[in-house]
Design a protein around this ligand. Sequence first.
Ligand code: ZN
Ligand code: FE
Length: 259
Amino acid sequence: MLKVSPVRAFSDNYIWLIHSPLDARQVVAVDPGDARPVEEHLFANNLQLGGVLITHHHGDHVGGVAALIRQRHVPIFGPAGERLPVPVHALREGDIARLPSLGLEFEILDVPGHTGGHIAYVGHGAVFCGDTLFSAGCGRLFEGTPEQMTRSLAKLAALPDDTLVYCAHEYTLSNLAFARAVEPENEDTRAYLEECRARRARNEPTLPSTIGREKNVNPFLRCDRQTVKQAAEARAARGLQSYAEVFAVIREWKDGFIS
Ligand code: ZN
Ligand code: FE
């Protein structure tokens, strides 16, 4: 199994460091929005940066890349469909991010919705999904439509249940407060909330999650369930037909939800 270390950045970002299976001191940084905490972690743990993976163009995901590569010659991968501050190996669905000297390889999925060209990296039993899927939540629709986002989330939900989900933000507790409002009777959500509260009280990340767990607790992956559909219909005060319609109501509800 992949060794992955979290580096905290800003108020709630995680910059994931993926350790090479061939040499655990070599790491690849995912979405380094800030160089400082990454440099500090590398130094303190005697690690070397061997590459960078970027999921989308937002500053809290790319802001540290230029500083990190200034003194290093390492491969940088990123979405083909977005404008980024540094040149990258541009990737889209079907492509593979290959880091052969580190023994790492990731398949690319196009997952637009949060941004227009957002990609996810899938490999070694894990997915690095940036701001598309959060534990018990999903990214806001800054550049995409509900239809796009539901298709993107369906691609992630189709991964094996035991796939580890490395999201870019620690939003789980507030997402679960909302998930409880949508599905107050969901026993999995209640139990998971307890577990996450305990982890946060110990100052531990709630992540990674798994695809199997998300299918049980994440309302945005459950818009075909009667419970979620009925909650959305009550909220909208009208009947909702498609998955994307239910999703759109839930997403808007969440945007204005104060936990
Ligand atoms: Zn973002
Ligand atoms: Fe972000």
